[in-house]
Design a protein around this ligand. Structure first.
Ligand code: CUA
Length: 327
């Protein structure tokens, strides 16, 4: 019974892995931080075990025999041992933290992919520098990374302090208005991961998530080339109507490259439907969710900067139809 309870106490640890966890590191930077974390836990565990063990030993000894005259000398010895253990632990932690810190920027100076991520209440503006043309390609809320190559991400903020954290890939770095902080991301494993704003930034801080996709380099290059293209032309009459409504009602805030819509207040929607989710990880990408989001953004994400725009139901549906064709 007691053994079962002890084992059950470890069960919550099973939930520590996954696509948003520093305990399942897939990036060089996250591996360095994970090692440092394990070193800290190990040293703290040893110190804890020694203190508790020493306490138990001395209590038992005291009960067995009355304190002899030499007790002061024994205490003296114990203090020296404790000081030695603490000093050794501190030195190990200092060295470990120095090594981890070096590893975070080990790729500096090498041919890194240039990316800019800017925090907004409550979404992420993402820009890649096209290596061919040198021009910046804009997208939002979904960060694609090539496997095995370092992306040097310059972080900024358009309004308040946010914090960029993709725990499986690297540590968290604040996004401070008026500053450019750098973080290197060198992911080694393919797949989807999840980032999260980790500095309280307002009502929808919790819904400021980031989808992260690690692809083989060739797939990543194809994705970037596709993202650099202007938006596809409207595919049918409904989508064409939606594009016209969008140009009137949405273009002040949103850009769709190639359509004339050039607003900068909200996310770039040029390849909106190629993304995994809507509203920074809040809803999965379906036409139904998009219709709901356009009709009632304040009900889905209260406090979002996206206003409810009064559109006739047919017009709103046409806008949704138009947007889901923007792949
Ligand atoms: Cu942005 Cu919290």
């Amino acid at each position: 019974m007691r053994r079962g309870a002890a084992l059950a106490a470890f069960l919550p640890l099973a939930a520590c892995g996954g696509i948003q966890s520093p305990l399942s590191p897939v990036g060089d930077q996250a591996v360095a931080l994970h090692s440092l974390l394990m070193l800290s836990i190990m040293i703290c565990g040893i110190v804890y075990a020694l203190v508790i063990g020493g306490l138990g030993w001395s209590l038992r000894r005291r009960r067995a025999e009355p304190p002899p005259d030499t007790d002061a000398r024994a205490l003296d010895h114990s203090l020296w041992i404790a000081a030695g253990v603490i000093l050794a632990g501190l030195i190990a932690l200092t060295v470990g933290s120095f090594i981890a810190d070096r590893a975070l920027f080990a790729a500096r100076g090498r041919d890194a992919l240039a990316v800019r991520v800017t925090g907004h209440q409550y979404w992420w503006r993402i820009e890649y520098r096209d290596p061919a043309s040198g021009r910046w390609i804009e997208t939002a809320n979904e960060l694609h990374l090539p496997q095995g190559r370092t992306a040097r991400v310059a972080l900024g903020s358009a309004d308040v302090i946010h914090s960029f954290w993709v725990p499986n890939v690297a540590g968290k770095i604040d996004m401070v208005p008026g500053r450019r902080n750098l973080v290197d991301l060198t992911p080694r494993r393919l797949g989807w991961f999840r980032g999260q704003c980790s500095e309280y930034c307002g009502a929808q801080h919790a819904h400021m998530a980031l989808d992260v996709k690690v692809d083989p380099p060739a797939v990543f290059d194809a994705w970037l080339t596709a993202q650099a293209q202007p938006a596809a032309a409207a595919r049918d009459a409904v989508a064409a109507h939606g594009a016209a409504v969008f140009a009137g009602a949405c273009a002040a805030c949103h850009a769709v490259r190639g359509s004339g819509a050039g607003g900068r207040a909200g996310p770039d929607l040029t390849h909106f439907a190629s993304r995994h989710s809507i509203a920074a990880g809040t809803l999965s990408m379906t036409r139904g969710n998009l219709q709901g989001w356009i009709a009632q953004p304040q009900a889905i994400k209260p406090g979002t900067m996206m206003p409810a725009v009064a559109l006739a139901p047919a017009d709103a549906d046409a806008v949704a139809r138009y947007l889901v064709t923007l792949r």
